[in-house]
Design a protein around this ligand. Structure first.
Ligand code: NAP
Length: 285
C-alpha cells in the first residue's frame, strides 16, 4: 500500500496518556472529573458504546457514573434525572447515549443538559459557539479528526477540503473546524451533483456518509489525505468504513483505517471535554 496509515488507536492512546497526567494534577487540587453516562433501553450497540466510554474514563482517572433506565422511561423522568445531574457539583459532564428509544425525543434531552456539562457539544448553545469559533467543547468525532490531522503533521491552511456528509454531529461541525483552520471547504451530500469530480479536487477528503466502500479510488486525488468516519458492516458483517480502503490506499498519501482510525478518537475527545469541564470547576475553587 502506498499510503501511510494514520493510526487512530495509537494517537488516541497518546491523547489518553496526556489526559491521565492532567487528571492527576486536578486530583492533587481535590477535583476528580466526573462524567454521568445515561443509557435508556437495551439497544446492544448503545450498550457497547456506553461500556467503552465508561471503561476509557476509568483508565484516565475520570469517575464515570452510569445511569441505566428502562426503555419505557417517561420524558419527565429522564428530564428529572438530567436536572439532578445538572445540579451535582461532582458531575462535570453529562452524556445521554443517543438515539433514545421512541417516543423519547433526543432534542428535548440535549436541550435540557446544562451547556457547561454538554460534553458531546450537541446543544444549540455549543453548536453556536463552534460556528463563531469561540468554544469550550468541540463535538467529539470532528474534534478527533482534527487531532488525527494535527498529530500526523497534516497542515490544513490553504488546502482544498471536501467533507461528504452534512449531519449535525459530524459533517457540518467537521466542515466548520476545517474552515477555522483556513481550509477551503466544500460540503457534499446526497443531492450533490458531480460528487466524484468534487472529491477528486480534495487535498483532504473526509467521508461521513454511512455507506460501505462509498469512496472509490477514482474519487481520490493522487496524494490526498483520506479520513474515513464511516462505521458500517460489509456483506460479510465485518466492520468497515465509507472508503474502499485497499484501492484508495494505493492513491492517497495518508489514510485512516476502520476500525482503528476515527473511532478511538471520538471517545478520547469525550474524555478531553470532561477534563476541560473539570478544569473549569477547579479554577473556581
Ligand atoms: P447521517 O446523519 O446519516 O448523515 C449521512 C450524510 O451522508 C448525510 O448528510 C447524507 O446526505 C450523506 N449521504 C448519504 N448518501 C449519500 C450519497 N449517495 N452521496 C452523498 N452524500 C450522501 O450519518 P452521521 O451520523 O453523520 O454518520 C456518518 C457515518 O459516520 C456513519 O457510518 C456513522 O456510523 C459514522 N460515525 C462514526 C463515528 C465514529 O466515532 N467513528 C461517530 C459518528 C458517526 P443528506 O443530508 O442529503 O441526506
Amino acid at each position: 500500500m502506498k499510503a501511510t496509515l494514520i493510526d487512530g488507536k495509537a494517537i488516541a492512546a497518546a491523547v489518553r496518556a496526556d489526559l491521565a497526567d492532567e487528571v492527576s494534577q486536578l486530583q492533587a487540587c481535590g477535583v476528580t472529573p466526573g462524567l454521568a453516562v445515561i443509557l435508556v433501553g437495551e439497544d446492544p450497540a448503545s450498550q457497547v458504546y456506553v461500556r467503552n466510554k465508561t471503561r476509557a474514563s476509568a483508565e484516565v482517572g475520570i469517575h464515570a457514573e452510569e445511569f441505566r433506565l428502562p426503555a419505557d422511561t417517561s420524558e419527565a423522568e429522564l428530564l428529572a434525572l438530567v436536572d439532578e445531574l445538572n445540579a451535582r457539583e461532582d458531575i462535570d459532564g453529562i452524556l445521554c447515549q443517543l438515539p433514545l428509544p421512541r417516543p423519547l425525543d433526543d432534542a428535548a434531552v440535549i436541550a435540557a443538559i446544562d451547556p457547561r456539562k454538554d460534553v458531546d457539544a450537541f446543544s444549540a448553545v455549543n453548536v453556536g459557539h463552534i460556528m463563531i469559533g469561540d468554544y469550550t467543547f468541540l463535538p467529539c468525532t470532528p474534534a478527533g479528526v482534527m487531532e488525527l490531522l494535527h498529530r500526523s503533521g497534516v497542515e490544513v491552511a490553504g488546502k482544498r477540503c471536501v467533507v461528504i456528509g452534512r449531519s449535525n454531529i459530524v459533517g457540518k461541525p467537521m466542515a466548520m473546524l476545517l474552515l477555522h483552520e483556513n481550509g477551503t471547504v466544500t460540503i457534499c451530500h446526497s443531492k450533490t451533483k458531480e460528487l466524484a469530480a468534487i472529491c477528486r479536487e480534495a487535498d483532504i477528503l473526509v467521508a461521513a456518509v454511512g455507506r460501505a466502500k462509498f469512496v472509490t479510488a477514482d474519487m481520490v486525488k493522487d496524494g490526498a489525505v483520506v479520513i474515513d468516519v464511516g462505521m458500517n458492516r460489509d456483506e460479510n458483517g465485518k466492520l468497515c468504513g465509507d472508503v474502499d480502503f485497499e484501492a484508495v490506499g494505493e492513491i492517497a498519501s495518508q489514510i485512516t483505517p476502520v476500525p482503528g482510525g476515527v473511532g478511538p478518537m471520538t471517545i478520547a475527545m469525550l474524555l478531553k471535554n470532561t477534563v476541560t469541564a473539570a478544569k473549569r470547576r477547579a479554577e473556581k475553587l
